[in-house]
Design a protein around this ligand. Sequence first.
Ligand code: SAH
Ligand code: ZN
Ligand code: ZN
Ligand code: ZN
Ligand code: ZN
Length: 468
Amino acid sequence: MDTSGLEDSGLGYEVILNDEDASAPWCPHGPTLLFEKREEGKQRFYACSACRDRKECNFFQRADEKVSEVRKMAREAENQRKKPPFSREQYDDRLKRFLALAPDRRKFCGDCQLLLLAEETAAHAAHALVLVAAPRLSRPSGLLRPLDNKKSHAQYLFTERTSHFLLDALADLGYNKVLCVGTPRLHEVIKTEGKSRGMTSLLLDIDFRYGQFYGQKEFCHYNMFNHHFFDGQTSSEAVRGFLRESSGEKAAMVADPPFGGLVQPLAKSFSRLSQTWKELQGSGDAEIPMIWIFPYFFEARLLECLPSLRMLDYQVDYDNHSLYKNGKTGRKQSPVRLFTNITPSEIVLPADEGYRFCAICARYVCSLNAHCSACNVCPSKDGRQWKHCSQCERCVKPSWRHCPSCSRCALPDHPCDQKEVRQGCFHCGNLGHKHKSCTLKKGFSRGGSASKRGSGVYVKQKAKKRKK
Ligand code: SAH
Ligand code: ZN
Ligand code: ZN
Ligand code: ZN
Ligand code: ZN
């Protein structure tokens, strides 16, 4: 079967999360995920959990396929070939030797993305070498070339404003151990500036290049889509050691996954991290305090998977993201928000950046997000002032108008006549429900659609659409 339609097929795929699918084959990114095509005989297949770009990982196997020994061996060889150039122990050893070098001999090769040992520099003489003085060494995110493949790693680094907001918010709430999941820049800010406030941090990330800057108690090579620790027990022990709270210690977790990522597998991994924390504390059924950073238009999906989360108005921005960074004309609206199980009123959003406290909602909101007395909430999701529609009995975006023929609010140029097409369940044809709540699809994950796997691209399109 041809899988070239995997990333952008309009047909869509659903991810099927079995509890522990020991039979799932492995790709270089750990155990694969099981997907099911929504239509065309609902074929099931295994594909990479982390990469939505076939160029990066083209693993594909039909669920019922018998795999020959020869292919299994070829696969194993490929998994070995894609391993990091050095083992965890080797990275630790290299770091020690690197730090023993005189400061003027500490070099980083930009071409190879590697901290060089003394005997290695000659071989890289023709490459772009950078001298790494201590401040640069403690900020690897500024040294490493961001992986910008939107369909997989999509490294978008926080601006100083956002990383300091997070640092201050966590410090003010007394969290002194922060599990940074896919947040290398927050990790380095905590390690440098949070240190004086008694804070420590452990980074979990799939980008193994970070492993050369940190010891095994500071970095774990981890895939957040399948909860896979590439260094096995060494890493899971590091996580357990980190999450175990001694007196006066309080742990929290901050994750900033690629936006094209499947929400359900992420939620499952975060729940498992929370479970680990819970077991270590033996503290009833509390969850680990968490902040999951994601675009606002995924709110329903996130809350469906982790109902304890609440979305905050704070707009997260990024240095290297054309859409979300400060533009020439001042700050653009970023669609990226914090979703948290920490009580919203406890996270103070900065007044000087235009946030205020709504006493009725008991949370900080964007200053334009006016409280609606009819809905009894501050309704805006996108930072603009929304308005109440008495016919729809809810607040809608400022650009929307009530359409009498659709009897709902929509953009003035919405396709009115397509109403019939958009309604109902495309799975069974019933007009009374959407496919997500279709009872004919028993045993399915609810709506974990791989058709949204287009990652950053998907977000960009959405974000553009929402500009209207
Ligand atoms: N804003 C953050 C970076 C977010 S970008 C900061 O400034 O710290 C997304 C991060 O998730 C990157 O660091 C990327 O390497 C990591 N990542 C991408 N896919 C991942 C996966 N499958 N598992 C773990 N980390 C992943
Ligand atoms: Zn080199
Ligand atoms: Zn309203
Ligand atoms: Zn309306
Ligand atoms: Zn149905």
